[in-house]
Design a protein around this ligand. Structure first.
Ligand code: ADP
Length: 474
């Protein structure tokens, strides 16, 4: 059953029930009120009759001597009068009663004997009559009873007609309300139907760019459309992110396989060369073995880097502890001096790093600075300079690796932290394009920030900003 039909049936039912209760109470009230009117009316007639009553003859006065007025005068087409003695025997009655007699029950006679008047509904010849029984006194003694009756037939007929009228009108009202309700529910639900259609269309076409157009007022339906659109925004951006992540991952795997294939090809070529000529040509053998050693070294470095990034992608969190920065830097400088070659590597002003503690992983911290210094040395020609400086800055320590090397072209700068990116100038130097991606991950893991400033042909400065833990760890 549709929501529209259910709504229509529900409020038709509620309206029908309300009308029915109203009709029942209205009918009962009217019936009560009309009966009350009749009672007042017949009691009034009884009083009129008594006022015109006189007594003739000598005592003891039998009822016959109580001369009643011509009761026929008080009787109307639906009003009956009757006088009965104490035993309930009719003594006189209005002509319109014909031969019919207004009955008197034992209970009524008892009340009359006690001097009490009473109302009663009786059935005479199939006609319902409302009767007022009033005791007739003579000499302070009840001698009989005056009965004034009014036919209830016209009232019952009127009430029956009214009931039919009420039912008919009620039925018409419920039917009209049902039709109106059906139309209103249709109009109210139409926007929801439209929304459902658009949502189904989006789902079928798998087109997350589509939106629900709603021009109506800002009501519940308007808010539903808005909420759905916000949800679609979210879905679209999440879907796009997922697609980007997927594409990124595919590119990463393709690049990684490509990078791994190159050293493998060289190693295989050298092994084949060794197999063919190694025995006879010691010089070729030495060269081939050196090549194999170099490429193996490069491959293991590449695999190390790939592993580090794979761990980063898998959400690996570094284990950190309180670390004194200066010894870490000293260790890095000692190692860097070993491979600085022709480049003038100098330890600049690192006084600010003295006594500074970081909440860090010392191994990864060393790896971070080694990557930066290694790059600086790699991309700085012989006779160039590489320097490291440290500066304190509002709860942070900034370590800068400054070189006077080839610099980075402005166009390349946004990409240097991406995996496998290598600038055209850098392709002449050995490298994997993974160093800065790892460096950035390490910096992020330490809650820090890395940035680069560079001028092509003049040099680059990589600045790492790390939060200082405290002056001492205790
Ligand atoms: P790799 O050095 O192995 O190529 P990195 O991720 O460390 O990979 O660096 C990415 C790219 O950033 C390098 O290929 C190079 O183009 C550029 N780059 C990094 N450091 C420097 C630097 N000190 N001077 C000039 N270019 C640099």
């Amino acid at each position: 059953m549709s929501l529209r039909l259910r709504l229509t049936l529900l409020y038709s039912w509620v309206l029908g029930l309300t009308l029915l209760v109203f009709v029942i109470f209205g009918y009962l009230f009217l019936a009560y009120y009309l009966t009350g009117e009749i009672d007042r009316n017949i009691a009034g007639i009884a009083r009129e009759v008594l006022r015109s009553t006189k007594v003739v003859g000598e005592p003891p006065y039998p009822l016959r001597q109580v001369v009643l007025p011509n009761i026929g005068l008080f009787a109307g087409p639906d009003t009956y009068l009757q006088v009965a003695d104490r035993k309930g025997e009719a003594v006189a009655s209005s002509v319109n009663l014909n031969s019919r007699v207004l009955p008197l029950s034992d209970g009524t006679l008892e009340k009359i004997a006690g001097g009490d008047s009473s109302f009663e509904t009786v059935v005479v010849g199939g006609e319902r009559i409302r009767v007022f029984n009033y005791p007739l006194y003579f000499d302070e003694q009840v001698v009989g009873v005056l009965q004034v009756g009014r036919s209830l037939v016209p009232t019952i007929m009127a009430l029956n007609r009214l009931r039919l009228f009420f039912l008919f009108i009620g039925g018409v009202i419920v039917a009209l309300a049902g039709i109106t309700g059906w139309l209103l529910a249709g109009a109210a639900l139409r926007p929801i139907e439209r929304i459902t259609k658009v949502a189904a269309g989006i789902q079928q076409a798998r087109d997350l760019r589509r939106r629900i157009e709603y021009q109506g007022v800002d009501d519940e339906v308007g808010r539903l459309a808005e909420t759905l659109n916000v949800m679609l925004d979210r879905l679209e951006s999440t879907y796009r992110q997922l697609e980007e992540a997927n594409a990124y991952q595919r590119r990463f795997v393709a690049d990684a396989s490509h990078e791994l294939r190159t050293p493998l090809t060289i190693i295989r070529g050298n092994v084949e060369l060794l197999q063919k000529m190694g025995e006879f040509d010691p010089a070729t053998r030495t060269e081939a073995l050196a090549d194999i050693a170099g490429e193996t070294e490069r491959m293991s470095r590449l695999i190390e880097s790939l592993l580090a990034l794979a761990r980063a992608d898998a959400g690996y969190r570094l284990e950190k502890q309180c670390v004194l920065l200066e010894p870490v830097l000293e260790e890095v400088f000692r190692r860097a001096a070993l491979f600085s070659g022709e480049v003038d590597f100098e330890k600049g002003d690192i006084d600010d790093a003295k006594g500074v503690f970081l909440f860090a992983n010392p191994d990864y911290l060393k790896q971070l600075f080694l990557i930066l210094i290694d790059n600086a040395l790699k991309y700085t020609p012989a006779s160039g300079k590489v320097r490291v400086e440290a500066k304190r800055l509002d709860g942070f320590i900034c370590i800068s690796v400054i070189d006077t090397g080839i610099g980075i072209a402005e166009n390349d700068r946004p990409y240097i932290f991406q995996r496998f990116f290598r600038s055209d100038q850098a392709r002449f130097t050995a490298g994997t394009g993974l160093g800065l991606a790892i460096a950035e991950w390490i910096v992020n893991e330490h809650g820090g920030h890395i940035e680069v400033a560079s001028r092509e042909g003049e040099g680059s400065t990589f600045r790492v900003k790390l939060p200082v833990f405290s002056e001492n760890c205790s």
